[in-house]
Design a binder for this molecule. Structure first.
Ligand SMILES: C[S@@+](CC[C@H](N)C(=O)[O-])C[C@H]1O[C@@H](n2cnc3c(N)ncnc32)[C@H](O)[C@@H]1O
Length: 324
């Protein structure tokens, strides 16, 4: 197993997170915007990754178990469509469990998990390499919301991008198209994309998935403030914020926000931001697609010959599209 991480300057605020000045500037800009927002990538530090794993276990969060059910039911069909011996590139791999379930049927020649939460990824891949010593594994710690290309050590034959969990929904649709187009450009015509898509459904089910009774998603969202404190040396007080999730019908997306309980000022370095009571920081979008709209997005990004599999309620879809 090898691990390639982007170079990172020493930073007294955080040993564990990627904090080059460009990251601090991006975060600062978004916090100082008229309507404060942050990229969903900041939800993932070591604690955020663990909390996301917990979210996947709660009853309200149907995407993980529904997607797993589709894979279980149709795995041999999916494996037949893809064929063996690909270079399996796992985008936002997290604990790598979803890809590991594919290994026995896909027999990848190389496994390339990519994640911004580097320490978490490193630990997961070390464990996985012990279970599958015969698969070459190259973990990449990178932020794929910034321009990126795969390094030369990644085999260029039969690249299969694996993007489960409907994480594509975190991108605005136009950004999603650019991202998919980039994936297409990173594989030859023997490559493809295996992706999980959360489909439009009743709004109560959607909102509960992002606002569960135990408050696990609330903790995941609030942990962002601790992460920002580490990156910027800011003084966000988690107690002064509450989690808020809603479905925006105009944009067909779940939105997560953090809402200030009281008026207060947050400071870091030479900057500060005053928040009014009830003012929000927009922390995540999760776009929900119809199958038709997603298939046409894939086509417009240069993929062809899509095959798809859904659950009995049409809540979620797994799509395999070959590069044209
Ligand atoms: C919703 S979780 C999905 C985890 C796992 N693939 C699954 O389907 O359960 C999103 C994953 O993508 C990673 N991630 C989020 N934004 C990223 C970015 N900009 N670049 C690289 N990884 C990112 C997170 O650290 C996290 O592991």
């Amino acid at each position: 197993m090898s691990l390639a991480i982007p170079s990172k300057p020493a930073n007294k605020r955080s040993e564990a997170s990627i904090t080059p000045p460009s990251v601090q500037h991006e975060l600062e800009r978004s916090l100082l915007a008229d309507k404060a927002y942050t990229s969903p990538k900041y939800l993932y530090d070591a604690v955020g990754s663990v909390l996301f794993d917990a979210i996947c276990e709660i009853p309200e969060y149907y995407p993980t178990r529904t997607e797993a059910g589709i894979f279980q039911q149709y795995m041999s069909e999916i494996a037949h469509a893809i064929g063996p011996h690909s270079t399996l590139i796992d985008l936002g791999a997290g604990n790598c469990r979803k890809a590991a379930r594919l290994f026995p049927l896909l027999h990848p020649n190389q496994y390339v998990p990519i994640d911004i939460s580097i320490k978490y990824l490193e630990d997961a891949v070390q464990r996985l390499q012990q279970r599958f010593p015969y698969i070459e594994m190259t973990a990449l710690g990178l932020d794929f919301s910034q321009p990126w290309t795969l390094p030369n050590e990644i085999c260029s034959d039969k690249r299969l991008f694996f993007y489960p969990g409907s994480s594509i929904g975190n991108f605005e649709p136009s950004q999603a198209k650019t991202f998919l187009h980039h994936l297409r450009s990173e594989c030859h015509s023997d490559g493809g994309l295996l992706i999980g898509i959360d489909l439009i459904k009743d709004h109560t089910t959607l909102v509960h998935a992002y606002d569960d009774a135990l408050g696990v998603t609330a903790a995941f969202n609030l942990n962002l403030l601790r992460h920002i404190n580490q990156i910027l040396g800011a003084d966000f007080n988690v107690h002064q914020w509450r989690h808020h999730a809603l479905f925006n019908t105009t944009h067909s997306r779940i939105e997560m926000h953090l809402e200030a309980r009281t008026a207060h000022t947050v400071t870091w370095d030479n900057a500060h931001r005053h928040f009014l009571a009830g003012e929000k920081i927009h922390t995540e979008n999760s776009y929900k697609y119809s199958l038709e709209s997603f298939l046409s997005l894939l086509e417009s990004a240069g993929f062809g010959q899509a095959q798809y599999w859904t659950d009995s309620e049409n809540w979620f879809a797994v799509v395999y599209a070959k590069a044209l």
